[in-house]
Design a protein around this ligand. Structure first.
Ligand code: MAN
Length: 480
């Protein structure tokens, strides 16, 4: 009876295809090869936790002696025991010993149901074949992916060189444009000095002219005013004549323009035109209003403002200098704009050169591309080296789940993960961030999206850039 439980003959297939290589290993039921030495039938058995030592015949006697269940590896007697199935040809497995002889086939070799040996068919070889097939497929994919990666790497390296060369070229151009800009600035400033002097001179002359015109106009108006007020046309303006212009009353508060007041203006009983222009007109020209109605045509058609010449009309020499200065300014500005554009181009190239595209530059292939994944609720997007976003599937604004931060895998492979940080802040919470787990795949593809904790997202992304070289001889048969 004891023996029935105790030993069992294992036939271990080392190679799936070579049935002649079979090894028989005797050990207690449910014990792995590595633990076999702990079960020596010639000695007493000590529980693994050291709690008890029992006669070896009590191992697998369907009675639990050890607290840790180590005396019953092949029965379900101990609640905390562990049963080892060899699963020859496939992967060995440890199952809780409570599952032994429970009517359910757990092990592919069926050994967990040993009381009814026919209950479970041995499916290990089938599983092995499927696993090998799967492995082969993965290896093929991986090696195709790796071939693609090499292409991307080539392109990435060429792109890097191209960018470096371009920066050099642009920097030379920049040095030249800087010289040109300096020259154009000097030229501009020189001509601007002449331009300013000419404009100032032009203004001075224009002002002088203007003053002369105003002066003459004033004299003309004065003469006209004298003629108008000299009612009897005797060439002399008298106090009674002046009184016919009540607007000249220096004190309007009493409403009476008196002779005394008129006298204070004329400073004499009467004045001729010359004295009037010298001493009177200047004091009254602002208040004097003509009583003569303007000619009809002027009344009907008020003088039009001449707009045809509203810009400053310069004399030829000044205009010439202004034109030259304008041209010098626009050439200088053109050089400045060109320099700014070159600087921007260099800056964006340098930014791209600072990005880490992996040890072989392969990840450059992902720059300027976006990959999408639709879930029940959202459209998720990954734009490598830029941002991760989320937008409602049925329209609505995009939420940034993080902007490119850095590679964030473990030290032995930092390229296993990417981190996107500082996304839109969560209501009452942190700024959104996204970790992207990178896998080898035949194409660039956003595989899955999850939000394991609020506003911290996890993307799974496949790309050939993560595929490594596969050694066809490294098929791990012995692991199976
Ligand atoms: C939105 C989405 C979710 C997120 C909540 C947090 O609904 O961005 O992913 O969990 O905001 O409030």
């Amino acid at each position: 009876m004891i023996c029935k439980y105790l030993f069992l003959t294992f036939i271990l297939h080392i190679d799936l295809y070579d049935a002649s290589q079979m090894v028989q290993v005797d050990r207690p039921r449910g014990v792995s090869l590595t633990k076999k030495v702990l079960y020596d039938p010639a000695k007493e058995f000590t529980c693994f936790d050291g709690s008890q030592t029992i006669q070896f015949q009590f191992v697998n006697d369907d009675y639990c002696d050890c607290n840790d269940g180590s005396d019953e590896p092949g029965t379900s007697a101990c609640p905390n025991g562990s049963f080892h199935c060899t699963n020859a040809g496939y992967r060995p497995q440890n199952i809780p010993s409570s599952r032994v002889n429970d009517g359910i086939c757990d092990c592919c070799d069926g050994t967990d149901e040993w009381k009814t040996p026919t209950a479970c068919a041995n499916t290990c070889m089938e599983l092995r074949r499927a696993a090998l097939e799967e492995n082969k497929k993965k290896m093929e994919e991986s090696s195709k992916g790796f071939a693609l990666r090499q292409e991307y790497a080539k392109t990435g390296q060429a792109k890097k060189l191209e960018r470096q060369e371009k920066v050099k070229e642009l920097q030379q151009e920049l040095a030249q444009i800087q010289l040109l800009e300096d020259t154009l600035k000097t030229e501009k400033e020189a001509i601007e000095i002449q331009e300013t002097a000419a404009i100032d001179e032009h203004k001075r002359i224009a002002e002088e002219k203007q003053q002369k015109i105003a002066h003459e106009e004033n004299l003309r108006k004065g003469a006209e005013a004298f003629s108008e007020m000299d009612v009897d046309k005797d060439g002399s303006l008298t106090i009674p004549e002046l009184l016919s212009h009540p607007e000249l009353d220096p004190d309007t508060s009493d409403g009476i323009f008196t002779e005394e007041e008129a006298l204070t203006i004329l400073q004499a009983g009467s004045v001729d035109m010359a004295v009037f222009m010298d001493t009177v007109w200047g004091a009254i020209n602002e208040t004097f209003r003509t009583n003569i109605p303007p000619p009809m045509e002027e009344q009907e058609a008020p003088a039009e403002t001449d707009t045809s010449n509203s810009g400053e009309p310069y004399d030829e020499i000044t205009q010439n200098l202004v034109n030259q200065a304008n041209e010098a300014r626009s050439k200088f500005q053109e050089a400045q704009t060109k320099k700014k554009n070159l600087e921007n181009e260099v800056e964006s190239l340098n930014k791209a050169l600072e990005l880490d595209f992996g040890p072989d530059e392969g990840y450059q292939a992902l720059q300027f591309q976006c990959f999408e994944l639709l879930t029940m609720e959202y459209k998720y997007k990954l734009c490598p080296y830029d941002k991760a976003t989320q937008s409602p599937k049925n329209g609505g604004s995009e939420t940034v789940l993080g902007r490119w931060g850095s590679w964030s895998g473990p030290p032995e492979n930092i390229y296993a993960k990417m981190m996107y940080e500082n996304g839109i802040t969560c209501w009452n919470g942190p700024a959104r961030s996204t970790e992207v787990v990178i896998r080898c795949g035949m194409e660039h593809k956003l595989l899955s999206v999850d939000e394991p904790s609020r506003c911290a997202y996890k993307y799974e992304f496949a790309t050939p850039c993560a595929c490594t070289q596969v050694d066809p001889n490294a098929l791990p048969r012995d692991e199976l």
